[in-house]
Design a protein around this ligand. Structure first.
Ligand SMILES: [Zn+2]
Length: 167
């Protein structure tokens, strides 16, 4: 949640709650499936790295309503990638039996290393944010094309031409 929240806050603070919802989704979706009568093993179907990655790519590239879908899947992706730092890892896709690990999968859930990684990322985000936005809220990525259009800074054709350019 710290990783998803801090990185999303850099790009778009209003999307933080959606990203937080997404960042916990791989775990709460397990309860939802269980409640619906499906037995799920922890860190299985809801933890496919490929699934969250493809979802994010879909919403970024094809269709997105105010980036809500992208923020949700981005949150989920940070969750499964963070899980992949741990000893038990996560499955990459339904077609791979091997567990997916990042950085050797050395961390243990709840141990000190986990907090160090999470808070280091939060600290980096904070520093980068301070460095790139000297009070004017300008970011080098995720231009708010719709916002620029609404404020009359660009016209409709510029918005149309640029709305899918994220960087
Ligand atoms: Zn998990």
């Amino acid at each position: 949640m710290a990783i998803a929240g801090a990185t999303t806050a850099m790009v778009s603070p209003p999307l933080v709650p959606i990203a937080l919802l997404g960042s916990t989704a791989p775990d709460w979706l397990e309860w939802v499936l269980e409640a619906a009568g499906q037995k799920v093993k922890h860190r299985s179907v809801t933890h496919y790295v490929a699934g969250w990655g493809i979802g994010l790519a879909f919403f970024l590239g094809l269709y997105d309503f105010h980036h809500i879908g992208a923020a949700f899947f981005y949150g989920g992706l940070t969750h499964v990638l963070a899980d992949s730092f741990t000893v038990s890892g996560v499955p990459f896709s339904p077609h791979s039996d091997r567990r997916f690990h990042l950085f050797g999968g050395r961390l243990r859930t709840g141990a000190a290393g986990e907090y160090m990684v999470a808070w280091s990322i939060v600290a980096c985000c904070f520093l980068v944010k301070v460095a790139i936005s000297p009070g004017n809220g300008w970011y080098p990525f995720f231009y708010d094309w719709a916002g620029l259009y609404e404020r009359g800074i660009i016209d409709g054709s510029e918005w149309k031409a640029n709305r899918f350019r994220f960087f």
